[in-house]
Design a protein around this ligand. Structure first.
Ligand SMILES: Cc1cc2nc3c(=O)[nH]c(=O)nc-3n(C[C@H](O)[C@H](O)[C@H](O)COP(=O)(O)OP(=O)(O)OC[C@H]3O[C@@H](n4cnc5c(N)ncnc54)[C@H](O)[C@@H]3O)c2cc1C
Length: 277
């Protein structure tokens, strides 16, 4: 099957892109790496009148390193992070996760902003960025707003993207030198989408301990204070409370006990990884 006919523009700046996106007389679709949109176009699941290709916008290819954060432009690719062209302030977490996304050809084109906005529950960025406490910044007709990534993801393939808006950047906090993280992706073979993800961060200097059950059927389940999962000990792998973890995923809407067990095991392994680091 082939896409329906559509017009194509490649603006040079965000303002130009926003002018095209604001057009409410036509069905407009943003395209970044095209790795998810391409198949959807081919299957005619989306039938736009106009494609706005944002990969020519220099601002979206920028990375700004600050004291406490790094800000990634929406069109930074997975390969940019994997290859270290974008600085990693997460003690290797982002780089390691990037390496496990799909295959190199996909990583060369796929972007952080596209992956997040596509909101596939099995995608890797959503889970690790939620564990790291990242925020996304949207720009649109009403101006700019920044929200935690877990609030941006509203459900499967559903992001909180309002009419006329686009995602312009992702802000990731800088981890302290004592921070430890773990990421466990359960999938049949390397490069495939996950069927369960566990992501964990403990950063005592910043008083942060977060856990994420990812690759659920909807949005990731974020445990903002995950210390209670570690039992009495502050050493991450010493006393992982599988029963509490199971309760948390069940409360998050996961009914199937086998599914829950796989997700709990994925998080336990992420916690163990953090303990071993
Ligand atoms: C074979 C294959 C295997 C894959 N395996 C994995 C995997 O293991 N893990 C994983 O995480 N991902 C995987 N992916 C997905 C891949 O990571 C893509 O990068 C991602 O799904 C989409 O990113 P993109 O830049 O190509 O976005 P596009 O396909 O261009 O766009 C996706 C959606 O986001 C919207 N969009 C894009 N950018 C913006 C923006 N800045 N603002 C607002 N809306 C925007 C588009 O309108 C579209 O709706 C895989 C893809 C393929 C083809």
């Amino acid at each position: 099957m082939k896409p329906v006919n559509f017009d194509y523009v490649r603006p040079r700046d965000v303002e130009g892109a926003l002018r095209f996106i604001a057009n409410d007389e036509r069905a407009v679709k943003i395209m970044a790496g095209g790795q998810s949109l391409g198949p959807m176009l081919n299957m005619r699941l989306v039938q736009p009148d106009l494609i706005v290709d944002i990969t020519g916008i220099e601002e979206l290819r920028q990375v700004e390193e600050k004291n406490d954060t790094v800000v990634f432009g929406a069109c930074i690719t997975h390969a940019d992070i994997e290859d270290g062209r974008a600085p990693d302030v997460t003690r290797g977490a982002l780089r390691t996760v990037a390496r496990g996304i799909a295959y190199r050809a996909v990583r060369n084109r796929g972007t952080i902003g596209g992956s997040i906005t596509h909101a596939d529950p099995s995608a890797d960025w959503i889970s690790i960025l939620a564990a790291l406490g990242a925020t996304v910044t949207l720009r649109g007709p009403e101006g700019s707003r920044s929200i935690p990534i877990e609030n941006y993801i509203m459900g499967a393939l559903e992001a909180d993207l309002r009419p006329g808006e686009m995602l312009v950047s992702v802000t990731v906090p800088r981890l302290s030198a004592a921070a430890r993280w773990g990421y466990y992706k359960s999938c049949r073979k390397t490069g495939e989408f996950a069927h369960a993800i566990g992501a964990f961060l403990i950063d005592p200097e910043r008083d942060v301990c977060r856990a994420v059950f990812g690759a659920t059927e909807s949005r990731p389940i974020v445990v903002a204070d995950a210390r209670r999962l570690l039992g009495d000990s502050s050493a991450p792998s010493a006393g992982f409370d599988s029963r509490l973890a199971d309760e948390l995923v069940e409360a998050g809407g996961m009914a199937d006990p086998i599914d829950r067990q796989i997700h709990v095991a994925a998080l336990r392994r992420a916690v163990e990884q953090a303990g071993a680091a």
